[in-house]
Every structure is written in C-alpha cells, then in structure tokens.
Write a protein that binds this ligand. Structure first.
Ligand SMILES: [Zn+2]
Ligand SMILES: [Zn+2]
Length: 178
C-alpha cells in the first residue's frame, strides 16, 4: 500500500537495528548459539527470505483479488512509494519466522534465522527501490536485474517474481530471460 516518505524509509533504519539486536540475543541468551551457528542461521534466514519473497509475490500479491488490488498500485505506478507498513511486516515476520522456528527448534536459532530474513527483506527493498528510482548503467548487474523485473511489470505472461534472485523462478518455471 501507499506509504508516506517517513514510513517508506523507516524500514531501512528499524530492520538493520532489529536484525543486529536479534543476532546479539542469539549469541547471549541462556542457550546461546556459537558464532558459527549464528552465522549459519543468519544465512539460512537470507535464503528463506528469497523463497518467501517469491511465494508472497506470486501467490499473495498476484493471488486473491483484495491483495492483488493493493499490489496493482505498484504495477500501475512503479515509482510510487508503495510498501508494507511496519506493523504488517513486523507482525508477519514474527508469526511467519520467529514464532514457528522458536517452537520447532529454539529461541536462539529463531533469532539468528529471523535476523537473516530481515536483512533479506531489506536487501530486496533496496534493490527494488533502486531499479525503479535510479538511472542504471547499461550492462551492469543492476541493469540486467532492472530488465528482468521490467518483464514482470510489462511482459505478456506472469513471470520473474523474484527480485533478489531468479533462482525460484527457474525452479518453478516462471523465469523469462531479459
Ligand atoms: Zn508484481
Ligand atoms: Zn516493481
């Protein structure tokens, strides 16, 4: 949904701080992780984000009509400041990552994985903002990403749902080359 400038950019302050806090908790809790376990958990969280991003974009934002209508604001005007308000993204991350992993594996692991997932979310937001708002030099990685994402926006068939990676588009058969 459309956000004001302050809320749109607040994610880029709140999430790195929250992510650092969760890493610290995972290392300092009563059942602390060793740093290499925390690092593995963090990387798993990054990977988990890439899949979550694909699933949310393909099956939620291009799924039920009321969610598709919200996402359509971005498709209609890609430069509008559209995103998820903090309460929605934080609540979803708590219910979709921290809580289930906490219950299944343990609190310290859940903190490390969720910290990685949060930074994956921020990395996605940053890339997506840059490809829509900045002039990008031809032939670079970002230029190829911009072309790939442009096919998602303007292609004839639904494709290229992933932004941080095209891996899941390849896996699920929705990849179209730029
Ligand atoms: Zn879309
Ligand atoms: Zn876009």
């Amino acid at each position: 949904m459309q956000l004001n400038r302050f809320l749109y950019f607040a994610d880029y302050v709140i999430y790195p701080l929250a992510s650092a806090g969760l890493v610290a908790v995972s290392l300092l809790k009563t059942d602390p992780l060793r740093w290499e376990q925390a690092a593995i958990g963090f990387v798993c969280g990054l990977a988990l984000w890439s899949l979550a991003e694909y699933v949310i974009h393909r099956f939620a934002l291009h799924g039920p009509a009321f969610l598709a209508a919200l996402h359509d604001v971005h498709h209609t005007d890609p430069r509008a400041l559209v995103g998820s308000p903090l309460w929605l993204s934080l609540g979803s991350i708590f219910l979709g990552s921290l809580l289930p992993i906490w219950l299944a594996i343990g609190f310290a692991t859940a903190c490390a994985v969720t910290a990685g997932l949060m930074m994956g979310y921020i990395y996605f937001g940053l890339l997506h903002h840059v490809v829509h708002h900045h002039h990008i030099k031809r032939g670079t990685y970002l230029w190829r990403l911009k072309r790939r994402h442009a096919l998602h926006h303007y292609g004839k068939t639904p494709c290229n749902f992933g932004v941080v990676t095209s891996l899941w588009d390849h896996v699920f058969g929705t990849f179209r080359p730029e």
